[in-house]
Design a protein around this ligand. Structure first.
Ligand code: TXA
Ligand code: MG
Length: 351
């Protein structure tokens, strides 16, 4: 399949270009598009066939449900059977934006889109190209992250082109993603709202808006070893993973620097190509084949934005083992560490 690559200016989306992409979606085709979190691989959420095509293009297991993206509040009731009061409150505070909410679904949502679950995940993105495309597509776009299954999510059009060209109808290049990590997912189908995936909105921010909020025990650090399964099917798979082995080193900062350097030296001795992921504060102190400075600890939104790109660059550079500092920052730390731990297959060393 020939994939058309279409550049669209985020600040002034060309209506004719959006209409062309919208038509592809209305007719059941696939279009990758930018959002403020990561790029999405879009198909018409109300067509079972389009969802089947999404799974095939990504190589994704078909029991892993898709997020339905909407652009207007009036499109929520037709797909969500019950929307509790506190969900409306959260929507008021965070939509459009990097938040996904889970509700019981109506029969309008095909089982293919919801991965066979009786629930549906819904998000209203704030990216102007995404919003315009959703409206042009008829109101409902199902979109997982636009990466091949298991690979890091895509935050730049070039990542999407690398993973998906030849597999889908169109890729819209709308520039780099602002946030760089996928949306926060909150489940509203239980008595108390439950965070299934941390993102730009962390536990403290959600508690401030909602009062009582829980975190799915399946996504906490040691859950995997204890056999507690995350509720979001997608959080169960090894994920976001570079081809290289990734090891996280945690502890007191000075000890972390020495430990990472010792590990990188030992790997280099064995003839391995080595990488280090560090912050601005420490990056200059490492010697390795590829040292990446993700940004200052005091600006952890920069670290989040560049994380997936860094993981992909290590692969392009042929790095075989990556040692990463832990980024336990207050604002984005939950989301960064959740992705990093999954990418590392939970391999953590305490310095
Ligand atoms: O920021 C984002 O959310 C991006 C952009 C494109 O919007 N999308 C995204 O989709 O990250 P995806 O498919 O890569 O991740 C969706 C996650 C998966 O872990 C999936 O299992 C979970 O959401 N999910 C979707 N529907 C669900 C449901 N009904 N119940 C529980 N988990 C669900
Ligand atoms: Mg994904």
């Amino acid at each position: 399949m020939e994939t058309e690559i279409l550049k669209i200016d985020k600040n002034a989306p060309d209506p004719a270009a959006i209409e062309r992409a919208g038509r592809i979606l209305r007719e059941g085709g696939l279009v990758a598009f930018p959002t403020e979190t990561v790029y999405g691989l879009g198909g018409n959420a109300l067509l079972a066939d389009a969802s089947r095509k999404i799974y095939a293009a990504k190589g994704r297991p078909s029991d892993n449900p898709l997020i339905v993206h909407i652009a207007d509040m009036e499109h929520l009731p037709p797909i969500a059977a019950e929307v509790p009061e506190n969900a409306l409150k959260l929507a008021g505070a965070c939509w459009p934006g990097p938040l996904t909410m889970i509700f019981n679904k109506t029969s309008l949502v095909p089982d293919e889109t919801s991965g066979g679950l009786p629930t549906v995940a819904v998000r209203m993105p704030s990216h102007p190209v995404a919003a315009a495309l959703i409206r042009a597509a008829g109101g409902y776009i199902a979109a997982p992250s636009a990466n091949l299954s298991g690979r890091p999510s895509t935050t730049k059009a070039e990542h999407v082109i690398r993973d998906l060209s030849g597999r889908i109808d169109m890729i819209i290049d709308g520039g780099d993603a602002d946030i760089g990590l996928e949306s926060t997912i909150v489940d509203f189908t239980e008595d108390v709202p439950v965070i299934l995936r941390p993102g730009y909105y962390n536990l403290a921010m959600l508690s401030e808006i909602l009062g009582e909020v829980r975190i799915d025990p399946g996504i906490l650090d040691a859950a995997e070893e204890k056999g507690v399964r995350p509720k979001a099917p997608g959080m169960r798979y090894r994920h976001y993973a570079p081809k290289a082995r990734l090891v996280i080193v945690e502890g007191e900062p000075e000890k972390v620097v020495s430990k990472i350097q010792a590990l990188a030296d030992a790997a280099a001795q064995e003839g391995k190509r080595t990488g280090v992921m560090a912050s601005d504060e420490t990056a200059g102190r490492y010697r390795a084949d590829d040292v990446k400075d993700l940004g200052s600890i005091s600006r952890d939104e920069d670290i989040a934005r560049g994380l997936f790109d860094a993981l992909r660059q290590f692969d392009d550079d042929g790095v075989e083992v990556i040692y990463s500092e832990a980024f336990l920052t207050p604002r984005m730390g939950q989301a960064i560490m959740n992705r990093l731990l999954k990418a590392a297959g939970h391999e953590v060393i305490y310095a």
